[in-house]
Design a protein around this ligand. Structure first.
Ligand SMILES: Nc1ncnc2c1ncn2[C@@H]1O[C@H](COP(=O)(O)OP(=O)(O)OP(=O)(O)O)[C@@H](O)[C@H]1O
Ligand SMILES: [Mg+2]
Length: 219
């Protein structure tokens, strides 16, 4: 079973957007997907409630009051983390994941918060035994803006304690398609291709990585 955690302590960085779109992506690929909402705000569960029954099925799992139980035969588990996840809660979540995707918005406040959070995540490796694979994604990027370029440079330069590069997967554009998809329980992969072709293209490096062994522990 593939377990992917979408995580960033900063509110509004795009965790739910990335989690729901990844769930839609894998469901459309024919995988049995469970979307675990770890946030009492319940935005991922709201998204699933809005989803039409004739769409590829995604199992809803409420993961903020009880333990996480996904249906048997689940192939891909996408976990949507709440903001302000730190310390014990953070290590408990990280233990459950093979792969972590970190969406970061290109604003000075978000970048500084992300720097601290990435430091916290790196520090966990001294506390818990984990070989979790992590990568960042820049989200809500308005192309051509100076701050977006700064974020890209920063994300490209990030290093792991081993000195290896911290993988930066892609840039997701700020696009009304995400808002339309969110209110209808859809992913951008479920619209007519012409409407979202430009946005989909930006997902390719991330989905390719998630489907490859490179995003699995031990590789
Ligand atoms: N690439 C994007 N383009 C346009 N709007 C976006 C994009 N990504 C996210 N949004 C919008 O920004 C808002 C915050 O995004 P989202 O809910 O995914 O963040 P979050 O990290 O899950 O927030 P929280 O910390 O509250 O759980 C939402 O209204 C969402 O629709
Ligand atoms: Mg959210």
């Amino acid at each position: 079973m593939r377990t992917i955690l979408v995580l960033n302590a900063k509110g509004g960085s795009g965790k739910t957007t990335v989690a729901t779109n990844l769930a839609g992506y894998f469901a459309n690929e024919g995988a049995k997907v469970a979307l675990v909402d770890l946030d009492p705000q319940g935005s991922s569960l709201d998204w699933l409630r809005a989803r039409a029954a004739d769409r590829p099925k995604i199992s809803a799992v409420e993961g903020f009051t009880k333990g996480i139980r996904v249906p048997r035969n689940t192939e891909v588990v996408i976990m949507d983390a709440p903001s302000r996840t730190h310390d014990k809660h953070l290590s408990a979540l990280v233990r459950r994941a093979q792969t972590i995707v970190l969406p970061i918005v290109p604003s000075p406040i978000d970048i500084r918060a992300a720097q601290r959070f990435l430091g916290e995540l790196r520090g966990l490796r001294n506390v818990i035994k984990t070989d979790v694979k992590m990568a960042t994604v820049a989200n809500r990027v308005r192309e051509g803006t100076l701050i977006a370029n700064e974020l890209e440079d920063y994300l490209y330069e990030l290093k792991l304690p081993s000195g290896r590069k911290f993988p930066f997967m892609t840039v997701l554009r700020s696009s009304a398609n995400y808002l339309r998809a969110a209110e209808r329980g859809l992913s951008i992969f479920e619209f007519a291709p012409v409407a979202t072709a430009a946005d989909r293209e930006y997902w390719n490096p991330l989905t390719r990585w998630l489907k490859s062994a490179r995003s699995l522990p031990g590789n």
